[in-house]
Design a protein around this ligand. Sequence first.
Ligand code: DOR
Length: 446
Amino acid sequence: MRTLIRHADLVLPTGIRRADLLIENDRILAIDPPVGVATDEVVDATGFHLLPGVIDDQVHFRDPGLTHKEDLHTGSLACAKGGVTTFLEMPNTKPTTTSVTALHDKLALAATKSVVNYGFYIGATPQNVAELALAERTPGIKIFIGSSTGDLLVDQQSALERIFAETTLPICAHCEDEATITANKARLGTLHDVRQHSQLRDHLCARIATQRAIDLAKRYNHRFHVLHVSTADELPLLSDPRGLITAEVCPHHLLFHVGDYDRLGSLIQMNPSIKTAADNAALWQALLDGTIQVIATDHAPHTLEEKRQSYPQSPSGLPAVENSLALMLDRVHQGLCTLEQVVRWMSDAPARVWDMVGKGRIAEGYDADLVLVDLNKKQTIRNTEQLTKCGWSPWNGVELTGWPVRTWVMGQTVFQDGRVATAHRGQEVQYDHSRGGYWRTDSGPG
Ligand code: DOR
């Protein structure tokens, strides 16, 4: 099966260039193929930009065990619509993904349910270092250094030391300091207002945990990815001449601040918490200057009924995979960044951080995971149109300029004309951890 995409502006590692692109089966066969090449389908993409599909390295799809919120099928439908062709999913499901068996069970489940490509982290517990050391077929190890949804937590120093010392897979962590949360709770007294969430999980709480994890990574010479950086205070900690540390930021930490609780209440209750407008600006600057390499969503759906409980019963988490690319394309439209930067943050960088084979760029021989975008399309996010099972978005009512219009996963169209190909199944991501991560792989072609 050959598909020829004609006249698109391709976002290549070397820049944007108008060219034709030929897909054969699941791979990119050629850029600028010879005129008259035999094809089964020709797509006229005049006026559109073609990007490598978004790779979201932090989602919670709740499957197994919490599937009233989301499941691997509905989460993947939301991905396809949003231009996300690959996701890496977190281990705080029920049961947790904290053994090799549970990891393989999840991979088998995704093979039957996911429309896009998938991978799963193995979660750390204070006792499972032997499982972590054995695990393969995974991007890496996830540690909750601070508690969040579910009961995964490793905050004892001795247990953390063992994980960094006795494993070789890349590690990522949720960095909020449990002792600081406990102390803040005692100071705040009875919690009753969602605004208190940003005082409970404050700047200090994020900074202490990020510092602690980075110290461990440096001491044990272990690759480490800081998930969802939320404060300006953490940014100086990320500087890393040895090439061990990478970091990411989420759209909600770039776009929401504490003043938004008045409007959105617990819909923007997140862990790490939403911080200030000054933090929003500093995090954006950190993306622009390369201090932070990756944008991921931390897509963490809960039902509206659950979210509407009074604080602190309301759970932390919000959905975002469906709109993350459009939120960033809108920033391109506003002149705040370039399309090439968006591709670097959302596709090239996550592929390199997690040593993915064949992903993250448009180049010959790479997987045909692609998203066609219309930079001029205006569309309003509406709860009623969301494909995520939870059926809402914190950006409900927001009009954005720049939207995905068609998505291919491994050469097959999975989203077009507003509809998702629900019967398509994505593939398990392949990793080559001998590549050594983001700082040891280039962003050029090849
Ligand atoms: O707010 C959050 N919700 N942060 C996390 O780290 C976990 C997530 C969830 O699973 O609900």
